[in-house]
Design a protein around this ligand. Sequence first.
Ligand code: NDP
Length: 306
Amino acid sequence: MPLILDGNRVRDQILSELKPRVEALAAGGRPPGLAVILAGHNPASEIYVRGKIKACHHLGIYSESLTLPETITTDELLAAVDQLNGRGDIDGILVQLPLPPQVDARRILLAVAPEKDVDGFHPCNVGRLATGLPGPRACTPAGILQLLMRYGIAIAGKRAVVVGRSDIVGKPVALLLLHENATVTVCHSKTPDLAAVCREADILVAAIGRAAMITGDFIRSGATVIDVGMNRLDRREDVARIFRNSPEKLAALEMRGSVLVGDVDPIAMAEKASAYTPVPGGVGPLTIAMLMANTVESAERRAGIC
Ligand code: NDP
């Protein structure tokens, strides 16, 4: 039986470890503070922001969400970020993406003070990651490393293949694996014979955004597979094909109108991998946990504790 890397369990562990640190900060003067900026009304973003605020409440982290109009300009948003940069009670600033199209997202992300950049997206922090200096790491990649380490999956000396080279998942996870002494290959849409490259992996990370694209012939028997993808299927034929006519999945589609699937064929993954992350319940829960960890670390650094 393959080992299922349970993201909910690891998330709960991480949050319970953070709780006394939050309490110590609160007892020392004030709790950590996180500000989340949301511009416009994107239903998915609203759900993510609610999840982040809920996690803050659970831990005792002070949080506020700033909901700005869809019509906001780059300058107005820059002013909002600047105001938060100057606030003593705010340790972390998160700008929920995507931003409305008229806003220059690059300028906004650059404007967040690097010491409050709890997403780890600022070039200063990307540079710190690249050079192995301490600093906030992008949350989803950091969560993947936590999952591997807490389940005792060996990384040093292993062959890791990352499919996807985005700034928020593919590149940072490749760097984190490299720092842990894996031999890392990063693949993308122009990689020839992707399946053959993936079959070399002891640790295969799929961060592509294409439902069940990684099929059984991409997976080496006994590999660890980390499926980062979150794709919604709303067509019956796709659900039937990918989940091999699973009555539970078809019933879930009827009830909810869509079914979540990763970038890896879930049935092939369960058959061939020695350990894997399910979707949902694998990588997803770690993203918010690591956001909380980055916020607590930022508060500790600013309080001179670490
Ligand atoms: P991006 O769209 O930014 O990047 C996708 C990457 O996949 C690109 O590098 C692209 O290559 C590559 N790619 C696309 N098609 C192919 C192909 N046919 N063969 C090989 N490579 C391909 O996506 P993200 O990194 O932001 O997200 C990836 C997935 O992870 C999504 O499903 C997203 O929803 C999910 N996600 C999940 C999170 C979580 O918390 N669980 C958090 C963040 C993301 P190229 O660069 O050449 O275009």
